[in-house]
Design a protein around this ligand. Structure first.
Ligand SMILES: Nc1ncnc2c1ncn2[C@@H]1O[C@H](COP(=O)(O)OP(=O)(O)OP(=O)(O)O)[C@@H](O)[C@H]1O
Length: 293
Protein backbone atom coordinates (compact mmCIF):
# COMPACT_ATOMS: atom_id res chain seq x y z
CA UNK A 1 0.00 0.00 0.00
CA UNK A 2 1.23 3.51 -0.76
CA UNK A 3 1.75 6.03 2.04
CA UNK A 4 0.46 8.84 -0.22
CA UNK A 5 -3.11 7.95 0.77
CA UNK A 6 -4.76 9.50 3.81
CA UNK A 7 -6.84 6.36 4.34
CA UNK A 8 -6.23 2.86 2.97
CA UNK A 9 -8.82 0.20 3.61
CA UNK A 10 -8.27 -3.27 2.23
CA UNK A 11 -10.71 -6.16 2.53
CA UNK A 12 -12.22 -4.79 5.73
CA UNK A 13 -14.74 -6.98 7.52
CA UNK A 14 -16.77 -5.96 10.56
CA UNK A 15 -18.98 -8.41 12.41
CA UNK A 16 -21.44 -8.06 15.27
CA UNK A 17 -21.73 -11.63 16.53
CA UNK A 18 -23.18 -13.59 13.61
CA UNK A 19 -24.09 -10.45 11.67
CA UNK A 20 -21.66 -9.50 8.91
CA UNK A 21 -21.99 -5.69 8.72
CA UNK A 22 -19.01 -4.82 6.46
CA UNK A 23 -17.92 -7.31 3.80
CA UNK A 24 -14.50 -7.18 2.16
CA UNK A 25 -14.63 -3.39 1.79
CA UNK A 26 -11.66 -1.81 0.01
CA UNK A 27 -11.10 1.86 -0.77
CA UNK A 28 -8.48 4.58 -0.60
CA UNK A 29 -8.84 8.26 0.17
CA UNK A 30 -6.09 10.42 -1.27
CA UNK A 31 -4.54 13.25 0.69
CA UNK A 32 -6.46 16.49 0.16
CA UNK A 33 -9.43 14.63 -1.29
CA UNK A 34 -13.08 15.07 -0.30
CA UNK A 35 -14.47 11.53 -0.23
CA UNK A 36 -18.13 10.73 0.45
CA UNK A 37 -19.20 7.35 1.72
CA UNK A 38 -22.88 7.11 0.87
CA UNK A 39 -25.36 4.32 1.24
CA UNK A 40 -28.60 2.92 2.52
CA UNK A 41 -29.49 2.73 6.20
CA UNK A 42 -27.50 -0.06 7.79
CA UNK A 43 -25.12 -0.31 4.81
CA UNK A 44 -22.11 -0.35 7.16
CA UNK A 45 -20.77 3.19 6.70
CA UNK A 46 -20.54 4.03 10.40
CA UNK A 47 -19.10 0.60 11.20
CA UNK A 48 -16.36 1.13 8.62
CA UNK A 49 -15.62 4.66 9.83
CA UNK A 50 -15.50 3.49 13.43
CA UNK A 51 -12.68 1.14 12.47
CA UNK A 52 -10.92 3.95 10.59
CA UNK A 53 -11.34 6.15 13.68
CA UNK A 54 -9.80 3.44 15.86
CA UNK A 55 -13.01 3.01 17.87
CA UNK A 56 -13.80 -0.50 16.72
CA UNK A 57 -11.61 -3.48 15.88
CA UNK A 58 -11.91 -5.08 12.45
CA UNK A 59 -12.83 -8.77 12.21
CA UNK A 60 -10.26 -8.90 9.40
CA UNK A 61 -8.63 -6.69 6.80
CA UNK A 62 -6.10 -3.89 6.83
CA UNK A 63 -6.71 -0.23 7.65
CA UNK A 64 -4.07 2.49 7.53
CA UNK A 65 -4.73 6.08 8.50
CA UNK A 66 -2.11 8.66 7.52
CA UNK A 67 0.25 5.73 7.06
CA UNK A 68 -0.40 4.33 10.57
CA UNK A 69 -2.62 1.76 12.20
CA UNK A 70 -5.74 3.46 13.64
CA UNK A 71 -4.85 1.74 16.92
CA UNK A 72 -1.68 3.84 17.05
CA UNK A 73 -3.69 6.60 18.71
CA UNK A 74 -0.71 8.61 19.92
CA UNK A 75 0.40 9.10 16.31
CA UNK A 76 -3.01 9.44 14.65
CA UNK A 77 -5.23 11.44 17.02
CA UNK A 78 -3.22 14.68 16.85
CA UNK A 79 -3.76 14.66 13.08
CA UNK A 80 -7.34 13.42 12.77
CA UNK A 81 -10.64 15.09 13.80
CA UNK A 82 -13.67 12.84 14.18
CA UNK A 83 -17.38 13.59 14.32
CA UNK A 84 -19.21 10.30 14.69
CA UNK A 85 -22.93 9.89 15.26
CA UNK A 86 -22.78 9.46 19.02
CA UNK A 87 -20.74 11.78 21.17
CA UNK A 88 -19.51 10.87 24.59
CA UNK A 89 -19.22 14.21 26.36
CA UNK A 90 -19.51 14.41 30.11
CA UNK A 91 -22.85 16.11 30.87
CA UNK A 92 -21.37 18.11 33.75
CA UNK A 93 -18.66 19.81 31.72
CA UNK A 94 -19.32 23.12 30.01
CA UNK A 95 -19.08 23.51 26.25
CA UNK A 96 -15.72 25.24 26.46
CA UNK A 97 -14.34 22.69 28.94
CA UNK A 98 -15.42 19.88 26.60
CA UNK A 99 -13.62 21.43 23.64
CA UNK A 100 -10.47 21.96 25.71
CA UNK A 101 -10.61 18.41 27.06
CA UNK A 102 -10.72 16.96 23.54
CA UNK A 103 -7.79 19.21 22.63
CA UNK A 104 -5.80 17.85 25.57
CA UNK A 105 -6.73 14.22 24.90
CA UNK A 106 -5.88 14.41 21.20
CA UNK A 107 -2.88 16.71 21.69
CA UNK A 108 -4.20 19.19 19.13
CA UNK A 109 -3.71 22.89 19.78
CA UNK A 110 -6.12 25.70 19.04
CA UNK A 111 -7.95 28.66 20.53
CA UNK A 112 -11.14 27.28 22.13
CA UNK A 113 -12.99 30.58 21.64
CA UNK A 114 -12.12 30.61 17.93
CA UNK A 115 -13.42 27.08 17.48
CA UNK A 116 -16.63 27.80 19.40
CA UNK A 117 -17.11 30.80 17.12
CA UNK A 118 -16.69 28.61 14.03
CA UNK A 119 -19.32 26.19 15.38
CA UNK A 120 -21.70 29.02 16.40
CA UNK A 121 -21.40 28.13 20.09
CA UNK A 122 -19.77 31.28 21.50
CA UNK A 123 -22.85 32.20 23.51
CA UNK A 124 -23.03 28.67 24.89
CA UNK A 125 -19.39 28.50 26.05
CA UNK A 126 -20.32 28.36 29.75
CA UNK A 127 -23.38 26.10 29.32
CA UNK A 128 -23.25 22.54 30.62
CA UNK A 129 -23.45 19.82 27.98
CA UNK A 130 -26.55 18.40 29.69
CA UNK A 131 -28.39 21.65 28.91
CA UNK A 132 -27.64 21.72 25.17
CA UNK A 133 -30.26 21.04 22.53
CA UNK A 134 -29.73 18.17 20.06
CA UNK A 135 -28.52 20.54 17.34
CA UNK A 136 -26.17 22.30 19.77
CA UNK A 137 -24.68 18.97 20.82
CA UNK A 138 -24.05 18.22 17.16
CA UNK A 139 -22.31 21.59 16.80
CA UNK A 140 -20.19 20.74 19.83
CA UNK A 141 -19.25 17.46 18.13
CA UNK A 142 -18.22 19.47 15.11
CA UNK A 143 -16.25 21.98 17.20
CA UNK A 144 -14.20 19.19 18.76
CA UNK A 145 -13.63 17.56 15.36
CA UNK A 146 -12.20 20.72 13.76
CA UNK A 147 -10.24 21.76 16.87
CA UNK A 148 -6.64 22.21 15.82
CA UNK A 149 -7.43 22.18 12.08
CA UNK A 150 -6.72 18.45 11.60
CA UNK A 151 -5.15 17.05 8.42
CA UNK A 152 -7.90 14.45 8.23
CA UNK A 153 -11.51 15.16 9.16
CA UNK A 154 -14.10 12.39 9.44
CA UNK A 155 -17.71 13.58 9.45
CA UNK A 156 -20.45 10.98 9.98
CA UNK A 157 -23.81 12.58 9.09
CA UNK A 158 -22.62 15.96 10.40
CA UNK A 159 -25.65 18.01 9.35
CA UNK A 160 -28.40 15.73 10.62
CA UNK A 161 -30.51 17.75 13.04
CA UNK A 162 -28.87 21.07 12.18
CA UNK A 163 -30.85 24.13 11.10
CA UNK A 164 -30.03 25.79 7.78
CA UNK A 165 -27.77 28.46 9.28
CA UNK A 166 -25.78 25.91 11.26
CA UNK A 167 -25.43 23.76 8.16
CA UNK A 168 -24.13 26.70 6.15
CA UNK A 169 -21.66 27.57 8.93
CA UNK A 170 -20.47 23.97 9.08
CA UNK A 171 -19.84 23.80 5.34
CA UNK A 172 -18.02 27.13 5.41
CA UNK A 173 -15.68 25.75 8.07
CA UNK A 174 -15.19 22.47 6.19
CA UNK A 175 -14.51 24.29 2.91
CA UNK A 176 -11.89 26.42 4.66
CA UNK A 177 -10.14 23.34 6.06
CA UNK A 178 -10.23 21.77 2.64
CA UNK A 179 -8.70 24.88 1.09
CA UNK A 180 -5.91 24.50 3.63
CA UNK A 181 -5.28 20.97 2.37
CA UNK A 182 -7.18 18.79 4.84
CA UNK A 183 -8.63 15.49 3.70
CA UNK A 184 -12.38 15.15 4.31
CA UNK A 185 -14.39 11.94 4.63
CA UNK A 186 -18.15 12.41 4.81
CA UNK A 187 -21.20 10.23 5.24
CA UNK A 188 -24.58 11.82 4.69
CA UNK A 189 -28.09 11.03 3.58
CA UNK A 190 -28.36 14.49 2.00
CA UNK A 191 -27.04 13.44 -1.39
CA UNK A 192 -26.83 16.99 -2.70
CA UNK A 193 -24.21 17.76 -0.02
CA UNK A 194 -22.02 15.04 -1.48
CA UNK A 195 -22.89 15.84 -5.08
CA UNK A 196 -21.77 19.46 -4.62
CA UNK A 197 -18.51 18.77 -2.81
CA UNK A 198 -17.15 15.26 -3.15
CA UNK A 199 -14.22 14.51 -5.43
CA UNK A 200 -15.20 10.85 -5.28
CA UNK A 201 -18.06 8.85 -3.88
CA UNK A 202 -18.33 5.26 -2.68
CA UNK A 203 -21.90 3.93 -2.74
CA UNK A 204 -22.48 1.22 -0.14
CA UNK A 205 -25.32 -1.24 0.18
CA UNK A 206 -25.49 -4.25 2.51
CA UNK A 207 -21.91 -4.04 3.70
CA UNK A 208 -20.08 -3.46 0.45
CA UNK A 209 -19.52 -1.03 -2.42
CA UNK A 210 -21.86 -1.14 -5.38
CA UNK A 211 -20.20 1.76 -7.18
CA UNK A 212 -17.27 4.11 -6.70
CA UNK A 213 -16.23 7.14 -8.73
CA UNK A 214 -16.70 10.85 -9.34
CA UNK A 215 -20.21 12.26 -9.57
CA UNK A 216 -19.86 12.35 -13.36
CA UNK A 217 -18.66 8.73 -13.51
CA UNK A 218 -21.53 7.57 -11.32
CA UNK A 219 -24.29 9.51 -13.03
CA UNK A 220 -23.21 8.67 -16.56
CA UNK A 221 -23.90 5.00 -15.84
CA UNK A 222 -27.62 5.80 -16.12
CA UNK A 223 -29.52 7.49 -18.94
CA UNK A 224 -30.98 10.98 -18.67
CA UNK A 225 -34.71 11.34 -19.14
CA UNK A 226 -36.69 13.63 -21.45
CA UNK A 227 -40.43 13.75 -20.81
CA UNK A 228 -43.26 15.64 -22.48
CA UNK A 229 -46.87 15.36 -23.60
CA UNK A 230 -48.28 16.07 -27.06
CA UNK A 231 -51.61 17.61 -28.01
CA UNK A 232 -54.27 15.37 -29.56
CA UNK A 233 -53.64 14.66 -33.24
CA UNK A 234 -49.92 15.49 -33.09
CA UNK A 235 -47.61 13.27 -35.16
CA UNK A 236 -45.45 10.61 -33.51
CA UNK A 237 -42.21 12.04 -32.05
CA UNK A 238 -38.91 11.31 -33.84
CA UNK A 239 -37.46 8.94 -31.24
CA UNK A 240 -38.74 5.88 -29.47
CA UNK A 241 -39.79 6.12 -25.87
CA UNK A 242 -42.19 4.75 -23.32
CA UNK A 243 -45.65 6.23 -23.00
CA UNK A 244 -46.81 6.69 -19.41
CA UNK A 245 -50.32 8.13 -18.79
CA UNK A 246 -50.26 9.84 -22.17
CA UNK A 247 -46.83 11.43 -21.56
CA UNK A 248 -43.71 10.40 -23.47
CA UNK A 249 -40.63 9.34 -21.54
CA UNK A 250 -37.39 9.02 -23.49
CA UNK A 251 -34.22 7.66 -21.89
CA UNK A 252 -31.00 8.83 -23.50
CA UNK A 253 -27.24 8.92 -23.04
CA UNK A 254 -27.08 11.83 -25.55
CA UNK A 255 -29.28 14.35 -23.78
CA UNK A 256 -28.21 17.47 -25.63
CA UNK A 257 -28.30 15.86 -29.07
CA UNK A 258 -31.72 14.26 -28.56
CA UNK A 259 -33.17 17.41 -27.07
CA UNK A 260 -31.95 19.39 -30.05
CA UNK A 261 -33.54 16.85 -32.40
CA UNK A 262 -36.82 16.86 -30.49
CA UNK A 263 -37.08 20.67 -30.40
CA UNK A 264 -36.30 20.84 -34.13
CA UNK A 265 -38.98 18.26 -34.85
CA UNK A 266 -41.57 20.10 -32.72
CA UNK A 267 -40.75 23.37 -34.44
CA UNK A 268 -41.06 21.87 -37.93
CA UNK A 269 -44.28 20.03 -37.04
CA UNK A 270 -45.74 23.13 -35.37
CA UNK A 271 -46.38 21.03 -32.25
CA UNK A 272 -46.28 22.02 -28.58
CA UNK A 273 -44.12 19.94 -26.27
CA UNK A 274 -46.27 20.20 -23.18
CA UNK A 275 -44.74 19.89 -19.71
CA UNK A 276 -41.33 19.37 -21.30
CA UNK A 277 -38.74 18.26 -18.77
CA UNK A 278 -35.14 17.25 -19.37
CA UNK A 279 -32.34 16.90 -16.90
CA UNK A 280 -29.09 15.09 -16.27
CA UNK A 281 -29.12 11.98 -14.14
CA UNK A 282 -28.91 12.82 -10.46
CA UNK A 283 -27.09 10.96 -7.73
CA UNK A 284 -30.49 10.04 -6.26
CA UNK A 285 -31.25 8.08 -9.43
CA UNK A 286 -27.98 6.12 -9.16
CA UNK A 287 -28.71 5.51 -5.51
CA UNK A 288 -32.19 4.17 -6.27
CA UNK A 289 -30.77 1.98 -9.02
CA UNK A 290 -28.26 0.24 -6.72
CA UNK A 291 -30.86 -0.46 -4.09
CA UNK A 292 -33.38 -1.65 -6.67
CA UNK A 293 -36.10 0.82 -5.53
N1 LIG B 1 -23.32 -2.64 18.04
C1 LIG B 1 -23.99 -3.31 17.10
N2 LIG B 1 -24.45 -4.55 17.36
C2 LIG B 1 -25.14 -5.25 16.43
N3 LIG B 1 -25.39 -4.80 15.18
C3 LIG B 1 -24.96 -3.58 14.88
C4 LIG B 1 -24.23 -2.78 15.82
N4 LIG B 1 -23.91 -1.60 15.22
C5 LIG B 1 -24.42 -1.67 13.97
N5 LIG B 1 -25.04 -2.85 13.77
C6 LIG B 1 -25.67 -3.29 12.54
O1 LIG B 1 -24.72 -3.24 11.48
C7 LIG B 1 -25.30 -2.75 10.28
C8 LIG B 1 -24.49 -1.57 9.80
O2 LIG B 1 -24.69 -0.50 10.69
P1 LIG B 1 -23.99 0.91 10.44
O3 LIG B 1 -24.40 1.79 11.60
O4 LIG B 1 -22.56 0.72 10.18
O5 LIG B 1 -24.72 1.37 9.10
P2 LIG B 1 -24.79 2.80 8.41
O6 LIG B 1 -24.47 2.57 6.97
O7 LIG B 1 -23.95 3.78 9.13
O8 LIG B 1 -26.33 3.13 8.57
P3 LIG B 1 -27.14 4.50 8.75
O9 LIG B 1 -27.08 5.19 7.42
O10 LIG B 1 -28.51 4.00 9.07
O11 LIG B 1 -26.52 5.28 9.85
C9 LIG B 1 -26.75 -2.43 10.63
O12 LIG B 1 -27.56 -3.49 10.17
C10 LIG B 1 -26.79 -2.34 12.13
O13 LIG B 1 -28.03 -2.75 12.64
Amino acid sequence: MSTAAAIEVEKLNVRYGDFHAVKDLSFQVRRGEFYALLGTNGAGKTSALEVVAGHRPAASGTVRVLGRSPQDRGAVRPRMGIMLQESGFSPDLTVKESVRLIGTLTRRHDDADRVLGVAGLSRRAGTKVSQLSGGEKRRLDFATAVYGGPELLILDEPTTGLDVQSRDALWTAVDRLRDEGSTIVLTTHYLEEAQQRADRIGLMHQGTFHREGTVVELTQTLPSVISFALPAGAPEPPMAGARVDGAFRIETFSLQEDLYRLLGWAHDAGTDLRELQAGPTRLDDVFRAITGD
